[in-house]
Design a protein around this ligand. Structure first.
Ligand code: FAD
Length: 108
């Protein structure tokens, strides 16, 4: 199986990039598909401890995928990533800056 850190970096790149490309006003159909995608992703993620903990985190109150707009989804993904950062003893990311990091680019 791929290295857990390398898999993680690539996967977060994909997931945050998906939120950056997500519509500002998604249709109800896309919202429901996105929610299903995230739940299925969480089952299939090929690091089994990671997948189990991520699914458990999503089941906690307030942590279900929020997909009603790009900003909601981007912030939800940032919160999800911060939960993993916290578990691993890494620094929290400031979620007010998710879009700068993953969509519009950093401004100096
Ligand atoms: P990463 O955490 O991979 O982050 C990559 C880049 O994303 C950072 O450099 C930063 O610019 C940006 N970033 C950081 N935090 C945020 C945020 N909150 N929002 C937006 N952008 C951010 N590893 C384990 O060892 N155990 C686990 O249980 C585990 N569970 C995981 C569950 C999932 C769903 C995923 C996708 C990964 C998981 N990982 C787990 C991997 C772990 O999250 C890291 O990817 C890995 O440790 C490499 O970390 P990194 O420091 O290189 O940066």
């Amino acid at each position: 199986p791929p290295d857990v850190d390398q898999l993680g970096r690539s996967t977060w790149t994909l997931l945050h990039s998906i939120t950056g490309a997500y519509p500002a006003s998604p249709s109800p159909t896309l919202q429901s598909e996105t929610s299903t995608f995230i739940r299925t992703f969480a089952k299939l993620y090929p690091c089994w401890v990671c997948a189990d903990d991520f699914q458990a985190w999503m089941r906690r109150p307030g942590n279900a995928p929020r997909v009603s707009s790009r900003d909601e989804f981007g912030r939800w993904m940032c919160d999800a990533h911060n939960a993993v950062n916290e578990k691993l003893g890494k620094e929290r990311f400031d979620c007010a800056r998710w879009e700068e990091r993953w969509r519009t680019g950093w401004r100096d």
